[in-house]
Design a protein around this ligand. Structure first.
Ligand code: GDP
Length: 190
């Protein structure tokens, strides 16, 4: 897939009119690995130490879709100031791009399902009336029983669900299809 790094932003995000899809999730949920799997290149940093990406990274997929990688949340060692900065950046981003955001992909761990912070994130997205879908990550790590339990718990969100494993290359096609459905771009983008 044709992918171009557009930039990394901690404050001012340049304006444009491209349609965006956003990836959000807890630190260490596997967001960077999933993005790398999707685009087929190591464009996002996979961290051994969670909670390091504090900026919004933007990538151009094909000629017309913007993939937005926002900082993960919920890393215990992050200071109060850093948490406040995260919230401010996210509020600003959601406010400025509201119309362009075609889907927020909320990443949840297949083994543990939504944590309290994930629930707050989903509440926030719903409150902003942004379209969203749930992506389960690291399905290779969950037992059948754990996965069924998680699936039951997220049923109530009533959203489309994509099950993935970056390790095993699972769910790439489904995720790509889901992005294409969300952005509704005509041919010629790729
Ligand atoms: P991020 O903080 O959400 O960007 O998460 P990363 O992509 O950096 O991954 C966090 C950790 O989970 C790393 O040690 C990855 O190797 C591991 N990881 C990511 N995806 C998978 C997966 O699909 N399966 C397994 N077993 N481990 C994964």
């Amino acid at each position: 897939m044709k992918v171009e790094f557009l930039g990394s932003y901690t404050d001012k995000i340049p304006e444009d009119n491209l349609k965006e899809v956003v990836f959000v999730g807890r630190s260490n949920v596997g967001k960077s690995s999933l993005i790398n799997m999707l685009v087929g290149k190591p464009v996002a940093r996979v961290s051994k130490e969670p909670g390091r990406t504090r900026s919004i990274n933007m990538f151009l997929l094909g000629n017309c879709i913007k993939l937005v990688d926002v900082p993960g949340y919920g890393f215990a060692k992050v200071s109060k100031i850093e948490r406040e900065n995260w919230k401010e950046l996210m509020e600003k981003y959601f406010r400025e791009r509201r119309k362009q955001i075609k889907c927020v992909f909320v990443l949840l761990d297949s083994k543990t399902g939504p944590t309290e912070l994930d629930e707050i994130m989903i509440e926030w997205i719903r409150h902003l009336e942004l379209p969203y879908k749930v992506v389960l990550t690291k399905v290779d790590k969950a037992t059948q029983k754990e996965l069924s339990k998680v699936l039951k718990r997220i049923e109530r969100f009533g959203t489309q669900l994509i099950i993935t494993s970056a390790k095993e290359g699972k769910g790439k096609k489904e995720l790509f299809k889901s992005i294409m459905e969300a952005v509704k771009v005509e041919g010629g983008c790729f």
